[in-house]
Every structure is written in structure tokens, then in C-alpha cells.
Write a protein that binds this ligand. Structure first.
Ligand code: GDD
Ligand code: MG
Length: 366
């Protein structure tokens, strides 16, 4: 079976980290989000993936090339963003081949939904489109449905206003579509699947909803991105830290579970990593430093006696001696946080910035 993955989008709410990487390349326990998705798809028998790309397409193509986990990867490019529906039409040539239903996935979703079960459900109902549905506390940020007992979607409302959500069941961004759905998507235009296509299919009675529980997070916001890493640490590294290849941990240093340390990293004497730390590949954690509740991307150098708590530090950044990065801070890639600098809560530093003096008010440093 084929799957189209929506991989465009700007990830505005994940700035400054999304300034330098597409959302699908955000690391979750040191593997790109897309890598997790491809692995799961391959396990359910998907053999061809169409990545619908525009913004930062090259980064994706350089990293993922043309196959992974036995899946063939092709790139469907847009010269300008076509929304969530336009890219499906744009890839029509790939999708109609064989005349079978195909998957469409929002690429920024991390989930362990059983793809095989959705297909089965779709076939049993004879639907034109089937959407995976997940129950959340606060549905306002999502597409929300009214579902009948038989699993038909009676109404689909994208991002309802407060008090107007028909339920707490939301569109999980995983669909099975019949090729006939392509007929109702206009060509060469920006189209919203959620505002145009799904409401039309719901009116016609050919949209079904498959409910699932388990793991599901849209990583669109920093807190959700944190949460995904936390949940995966709990599920894969609860008792024992997940330590990559060629990692050197000094005998006086501690790595406390749940935590993960990527390949080739070093943790120097008296340093403490964890709990809830994800340290990327090739990171140097200096003497006496502390990292907890944080995500440190690959190639970061943390000098001695620095502390990083509840923060994200982007790729190849340098955190100086005695620097202190507090909760909610996000440091962009290739930034430099000088010696003795404190970043108070919720400070954001843009990529490539050098910060030489403390920032004691929350805010962005461009
Ligand atoms: N190729 C391409 N072109 N992809 C795009 C474009 C575009 O112009 N715009 C967005 N995307 C991709 C994003 O990268 C993301 O993977 C997916 O389409 C959904 O876009 P978001 O911008 O993340 O939408 P959202 O999170 O606000 O809402 C969507 O996802 C929710 C679940 O996560 C909707 O589908 C909601 O109905 C849904 O509940
Ligand atoms: Mg999203």
C-alpha cells in the first residue's frame, strides 16, 4: 500500500528550532519523527511513501534519500504551499496507480495507531474516506467530529470556536482515502482537506471515523514536543537509560533513568544527566554539569558546571562554563551561550546567536 505524508508546513509554533529544520526532522529520542513513522508504516506493509514537500525539502531529501525500512520514498514538490489538500491532488499520478485506497498522514504526528486496523475498518464500512480519531481534553486546536454509533462522521468542524466543538474526538491526521476522493480536490490550488474535503464527504455520508487509544501527539507546540520525548522515555528507558554506541560516561558521572544518550557522546566527571534528559549524538557534557528534563540536540558542547533544566538546546550549540539555562528556554541551532550566562525561564534564542550576558526577562533574542 502507498502512503502520502504531508511534510510541508512551516512549524511556526516550534520556532526557533523550526527555523533550521522541518517539523518531521525533529528528533524524538534521537531519531527523527519521520524515521519513527516510516518504521511503523513499513511494519504495516506500506512499501511506497510519497513525501509532499515544499519548505526545506532539501533537508528531508538529503537525510532520507530514496528508501528506508524497505520503503521506497518519492518526493512530490510544490512550488508554493498547497495546504493539506492540494498536495494530495499534486501527487495524483502516484496515488491513483493501482486504483487502491492509500494513506494520507500529517507528518507532524507521533502515534502508535494500528494502520492495518484503519484499513480493515475502512473496507468493512465501504467508506470513501476514513479518519483515525483520538479523544483529547481540549479539542479546539484540532479538527473535531460528530460520530454516529456505526462509525459515520456526521459533521467535521476544523478548529471550532470555544464551546462549539461537537465532541472531544479529534482528527488524528491519519486517513485512508479511496482514489475517488481525488475527484473533489481542485488542481493547482491551495486546498484545506479539513475545511473543504471532509465536510463535503461528511454531508454525503461517505466519511467514517475509526477511534483508537494509545499514543498520539501532534508535535506542533514545544510542550507537546517535550511530552512526546517524555512519553517515549517512560516507555523505552524507564528503568535503564537508553545509551547509544561508543558513549563514554566517567565513573563519577551519573546518567539517571529515564534518559537517553546518543551515540558517541561523553559525560565527564561528576556530571549528572537525567532524569528525563534526551542527549543527542556526539554531545559533550562537561565536568560537573547537570542536564535534566531537557532535550539537547546532537553535537552540542556543554562546558563544565553548566546547568540545563527543562530546556531545549539546538544542534551544535555551545553552552559555556557555569551557564544556566532555565525552564522553558529554547536555544536555536549553532548558538553560543557564553560563560556564566543565565537564561531565565522561557527565553528563546535564535539560531547562530551569541549571547554573552545574562537574560533575566522572558522573551525572544532574534
Ligand atoms: N506539503 C505540504 N504543503 N504540507 C503541509 C502544508 C503545505 O502547504 N501545510 C501544512 N502541511 C503539513 C504539516 O507539515 C503537517 O504535517 C500537516 O500538513 C498538518 O498541518 P498543521 O499545520 O500541523 O495542521 P494542524 O496541526 O493545525 O491541524 C491538522 O492536524 C490536526 C492533528 O494533528 C488538521 O488536520 C486537524 O484537523 C488535525 O486535528
Ligand atoms: Mg500539526
Amino acid at each position: 500500500m502507498k502512503a502520502l505524508i504531508l511534510a510541508g508546513g512551516f512549524g511556526t509554533r516550534l520556532r526557533p528550532l523550526s527555523c533550521t529544520r522541518p517539523k518531521l526532522m525533529f528528533p524524538v529520542l534521537n531519531r527523527e519523527l519521520l524515521d519513527w513513522t516510516l518504521e511503523r508504516l513499513s511494519k504495516s506493509g506500506v512499501d511506497r511513501v510519497i513525501l509532499a514537500v515544499n519548505h526545506m525539502a532539501d533537508a528531508l531529501e538529503r537525510s532520507f534519500r530514496y528508501s528506508r525500512y524497505g520503503i521506497e520514498i518519492v518526493y512530490s514538490r510544490e512550488s508554493r504551499p498547497l495546504g493539506t489538500g492540494g498536495p494530495i491532488k499534486n501527487a495524483e499520478g502516484f496515488l491513483i496507480e493501482g486504483g487502491e485506497p492509500f494513506f494520507v498522514l500529517n507528518g507532524d504526528v507521533f502515534s502508535d495507531v494500528d494502520y492495518g486496523k484503519i484499513v480493515k475498518f475502512h473496507e468493512d464500512r465501504g467508506a470513501k474516506a476514513t479518519i483515525a480519531l483520538y479523544e483529547v481534553e481540549d479539542p479546539g486546536r484540532f479538527g473535531v467530529v460528530e460520530l454516529s454509533k456505526e462509525g459515520r462522521i456526521m459533521r467535521f468542524v476544523e478548529k471550532p470556536k470555544p464551546g462549539e466543538a461537537p465532541s472531544r474526538l479529534v482528527n488524528a491526521g491519519v486517513y485512508v482515502l479511496d482514489p475517488s476522493v481525488l475527484d473533489i480536490i481542485p488542481h493547482g490550488r491551495k486546498v484545506s482537506t479539513e475545511r473543504k474535503v471532509f465536510p463535503a464527504l461528511a454531508r454525503e455520508g461517505s466519511l467514517c471515523g475509526y477511534r483508537f487509544d494509545g499514543l498520539w501527539i501532534d508535535i506542533g507546540l514545544p510542550e507537546d514536543y517535550f511530552l512526546v520525548n517524555k512519553m517515549m522515555l517512560r516507555s523505552l528507558a524507564a528503568d535503564e537509560p537508553l545509551v547509544g554506541k561508543n558513549v563514554k560516561v566517567h565513573e563519577t558521572a551519573k546518567v539517571v533513568a529515564p534518559s537517553a544518550v546518543g551515540d558517541g557522546s561523553t559525560v565527564a566527571e561528576d556530571a549528572e544527566v537525567g532524569p528525563y534528559a534526551v542527549v543527542g549524538r556526539g554531545v559533550e557534557v562537561g565536568k560537573g554539569s547537570r542536564i535534566d528534563g531537557s532535550i539537547v540536540f546532537q553535537g552540542v558542547i556543554v562546558e563544565s558546571f553548566a546547568s540545563i533544566r527543562g530546556a531545549i538546546v539546538g544542534e551544535d550549540s555551545i553552552v559555556g562554563r557555569w551557564a544556566k539555562i532555565e525552564e522553558g528556554c529554547i536555544v536555536g541551532d549553532h548558538a553560543l551561550i557564553g560563560d556564566n550566562v543565565t537564561l531565565t525561564r522561557n527565553v528563546e534564542i535564535c539560531p547562530f546567536r551569541e549571547v554573552r550576558s545574562s537574560i533575566l526577562e522572558p522573551g525572544k533574542v532574534m
